[in-house]
Design a protein around this ligand. Sequence first.
Ligand code: SAH
Ligand code: MG
Length: 199
Amino acid sequence: MNIKELKNIKNEALNQNIPIIMDDTLEVIRQILLPKHPNRILEIGTAVGYSAICFTEFLEPHGLIDTIEREEERVNQAKENIRRAEVEDRINLLFGDAVEILPTLENEYDVVFIDAAKSKYPFFLNQALRLLADDGIIIADNVLYKGYVMSDYNKHKQRTAVRNLREFIKEIQENPLLETQILEVGDGLAISKIKAQEC
Ligand code: SAH
Ligand code: MG
């Protein structure tokens, strides 16, 4: 990984108002993933590749990241950034709508990171559960959406997103297979681990 280029990529993304992962959120994810050393990570929502490039640091030596992005301009920028950061051998960029791509995936993932359209989080959750390894982790960013999700404010223009985020949170909290924590870091981070099976 080329750290100097990573800093440039981060500053360029911030200057272009691309909603990249926040520093404190990344730090929490680092604490969880470094000891886990995942072999395969699936990211939904690449933007310009910043978080995927950061996550390569947490992979085991031959680990890989699959990451999905639907906007062509961002995919092109991500490709360029991944090359600049010298991690092209660790990241597989998938261009298209995750709603269409996810059902075609068959790999098993140790970690699924959800960071795309908020109104699709319940769908992404179902796909993540289908694709996750037995000891896998689902991490979802922006689940508190500037406080709208936990307030009784319903008139916001993004109310479909808010409704679907509330449904997502209910599902991760009530699913008996999952052990979930919701942290007020960044814009809200949900961490759901598959519970160890009792025998
Ligand atoms: N993970 C990135 C930030 C992602 S921003 C980082 O931290 O660096 C969210 C991205 O998800 C946007 O670029 C948006 O185009 C993309 N996106 C939103 N909905 C999507 C969908 N249904 N399929 C694929 N990409 C999607
Ligand atoms: Mg985010």
